[in-house]
Write a protein that binds this ligand. Structure first.
Ligand SMILES: Nc1ncnc2c1ncn2[C@@H]1O[C@H](COP(=O)(O)OP(=O)(O)OP(=O)(O)O)[C@@H](O)[C@H]1O
Ligand SMILES: [Mg+2]
Length: 169
């Protein structure tokens, strides 16, 4: 099994979660995949907005459609595929919406409810698990393979939940 690097961050507001997403997005590039897990309203979309902003997408251009969409695309310095897998029943559904063709490639993919399509995630996926601690308190657990350990520096300046869990192998 590949070794993983793990960072646990505290967030006390939507703004702090956006900032964590911006930090990550600013170092992502073509082919990267971010898998988000967390209950309804935990902040997966908030984090995704940060990632998109970190990838150079102008957040003021965001059109929030009232109708549910499984896939939204934003144009930053690369194309960002924003998947919401909530209503997908596994890898077959993901392939049907064109997900397989978009993962990897030249774009960056961010997937909400990623546990529903766990089988399609490549080994270099950056995983973010969001826990709700209180109305505005969240814990963000970010893991990625040792091969991406250059990402670790990104989170150094953000508020760690505690020092011993900042990085473990
Ligand atoms: N620390 C925090 N981080 C992120 N969001 C927060 C925080 N504190 C409060 N919030 C609020 O929680 C809500 C998170 O909503 P968001 O749509 O991002 O959740 P979600 O995980 O994408 O939900 P869904 O499963 O429905 O897609 C927003 O209203 C946001 O303002
Ligand atoms: Mg969401």
């Amino acid at each position: 099994m590949t070794q993983t690097v793990r960072h646990v961050l505290a967030s006390n507001s939507a703004g702090e979660t956006i900032a964590a997403g911006v930090a990550l997005g600013s170092v992502l590039g073509p082919g990267d995949v971010v898998a988000l897990t967390g209950e309804l309203g935990s902040g997966k979309t908030v984090f995704t907005k940060g990632v998109a902003a970190g990838l150079g997408f102008e957040l003021s251009n965001l059109v929030t459609s009232p109708t549910y969409k499984v896939l939204n695309q934003y144009q930053g310095r690369v194309t960002i595929n924003h998947f919401d897998a909530y209503r997908l029943n596994g890898p077959g559904d993901f392939a049907d919406i064109g997900g397989d063709d978009l993962l990897g490639g030249t774009s960056v993919s961010v997937i909400e409810w990623a546990e529903r399509v766990a089988q399609v995630l490549p080994p270099w996926t950056v995983t973010v698990v969001i826990q709700v601690l209180s109305s505005s308190g969240r814990e963000l657990e970010i893991t990625f393979p040792e091969s991406r350990k250059e990402l670790a520096g990104v989170f150094a300046g953000l508020s760690p939940r505690d020092s011993e869990s900042r990085s473990s192998k």
